[in-house]
Design a protein around this ligand. Structure first.
Ligand SMILES: Cc1cc2nc3c(=O)[nH]c(=O)nc-3n(C[C@H](O)[C@H](O)[C@H](O)COP(=O)(O)OP(=O)(O)OC[C@H]3O[C@@H](n4cnc5c(N)ncnc54)[C@H](O)[C@@H]3O)c2cc1C
Length: 401
């Protein structure tokens, strides 16, 4: 048992035992650290669809075992009027995991350093050290890592910038069984303002007849989900008679980079740092990438033993690696939030005409979308009539990066 008594001091205190906090914990296992988690169990409550790219998991060096429920080879995009664009590979591209078990797998090797039922309610800095007040006392640390997820309570207290509200969308998801005509190899993405304004609805298969079905929207996600399940001309025929096993809500973070994520001896990681894909909201792999950067910089700073910790290099390194990628994805997201259903249909139709399905299959990467987005930008015929929207999206992204 590595936990010290309340009031003792650690080199690193991580607030939040989600994937971001846990990836980092695993990478600094040999250091003096603690993870503080408000809930009584790691991985709960659940707020994720659990779709993770195999390439991404290999990149971050963590391949889940016990939590994998299904493997998928691609996706079908369904336009507002029902046109289908299928991007399918011959091999498995992604796994669908049970996020509760995934987080527990991540926690296995660092469980001695996780303090559950410990909510950090206040933070202060005194004589160069962080004091973290919890319900049951306080903890001191040289470095503070905020991995609190999408709530921004602590980050605001620490003086980090607030995220742009229009890029945080409320989401809802149900786990269904007894679904008809489900292809367990393909994820289904449904576009259209009638079904999920500002985002999309998804069906992520878990087996031949079970799936996670959800959506994010600018507002009222629950009403939109009810409408989608009961009335979508394609989806409802599969889903209408299905049985709801579980329901969960959350917030999809589409902000990309919008402010600094490091200040002297405190850093943000994961959703709270905007480390998700603005196109899809997927954040697990990105939090793993960020954890690798953060762990190296934390290690170097502690090794200096200079008395003053300076972690700003983490912000710079993240921007160097992901800045271009996130900028383009954020522009694409803002563009997609503005165009209307007719434009969406037109784009999907043109994409089919120019054989985009095979281009996407060849050059697509679920996590690093720069290459494919660049290809789209280099094909102006796809979006020429919506050019003003693209320019507005581009300028807005430029102003908030
Ligand atoms: C509906 C939905 C579906 C999604 N689907 C996918 C998907 O398919 N693939 C994908 O990659 N991503 C997906 N995401 C995004 C993914 O869930 C997040 O990117 C990921 O969970 C971020 O991890 P995190 O560690 O930053 O935050 P979290 O997972 O939110 O963990 C933060 C932890 O910090 C704890 N905490 C917060 N404040 C305090 C405090 N003051 N004191 C102590 N503990 C605290 C919380 O209890 C929580 O356990 C989805 C999100 C939603 C909403």
């Amino acid at each position: 048992m590595n936990l010290k008594n309340i009031g003792e001091e650690y080199d690193v205190a991580i607030v939040g035992a989600g994937p971001a906090g846990l990836f980092l914990a695993n990478l600094i296992k040999d250091l003096d650290f603690i993870v503080l988690e408000e809930h009584r169990e790691v991985g709960k409550p659940l707020h994720c669809a659990g779709l993770l790219s195999l390439k991404g998991l290999k990149r971050i060096g963590f391949m889940p075992q016990k939590s994998i429920q299904n493997k998928v080879r691609g996706a079908i995009f369904i336009s507002p009027s029902g046109l289908k664009l299928i991007v399918e590979s011959r091999r498995d591209e992604a796994v669908v995991v049970n996020r509760t078990f995934f987080d527990k797998e991540l926690a296995e090797k660092v469980s001695d350093n996780i303090k559950l039922r410990t909510k950090v309610v206040k933070v202060a800095k005194r004589s160069g050290k962080w004091i973290l007040k919890t319900g049951s006392g306080s903890i001191r640390s040289k470095i503070l890592v905020d991995a609190e997820g999408f709530r921004y309570n602590l980050s605001t207290k620490l003086g980090f910038e607030k995220p742009p509200k229009d890029l945080l969308l409320p989401a809802i998801q149900v786990e269904l069984e007894k679904i008809r005509d489900l292809n367990r190899d393909l994820v289904e993405i449904y576009l259209g303002s009638k079904w999920a304004p500002g985002f999309f609805a998804w069906i992520i298969p878990l087996s031949e007849d079970e799936a996670r079905v959800g959506l994010a929207a600018r507002e009222l996600p629950f009403s939109y989900l009810k409408n989608f399940l009961g009335k979508h001309p394609i989806a409802s025929s599969k889903l209408k008679k299905a049985k709801v096993k579980r329901i969960l809500g959350g917030r999809v973070v589409l902000t990309g980079i919008y402010g600094k994520i490091a200040k002297k001896s405190s850093i943000l990681i994961g959703d709270v740092a905007g480390q998700t894909k603005p196109t899809t909201g997927g954040g697990v792999v990105y939090s793993g990438i960020a954890a690798h950067i953060a762990s190296n910089i934390i290690r170097e700073e502690l090794a200096k033993n200079s008395g003053e910790i300076v972690l700003e290099e983490y912000d710079k390194a993240w921007r160097r690696l992901m800045g271009r990628e996130l900028f383009l994805m954020k522009t694409a997201r803002r563009f997609m939030m503005q165009i209307n259903d007719k434009d969406y249909d037109e784009m999907i139709k043109k994409m089919k005409e120019i054989g985009f399905e095979s281009v996407a299959e060849r050059d697509g990467d679920m996590d690093f979308q720069y290459k494919i987005l660049k290809k789209i930008i280099m094909t102006p015929s796809l979006y020429i009539s919506q050019l003003p929207y693209l320019l507005t999206a581009f300028i807005k992204s430029l102003l908030t990066s």
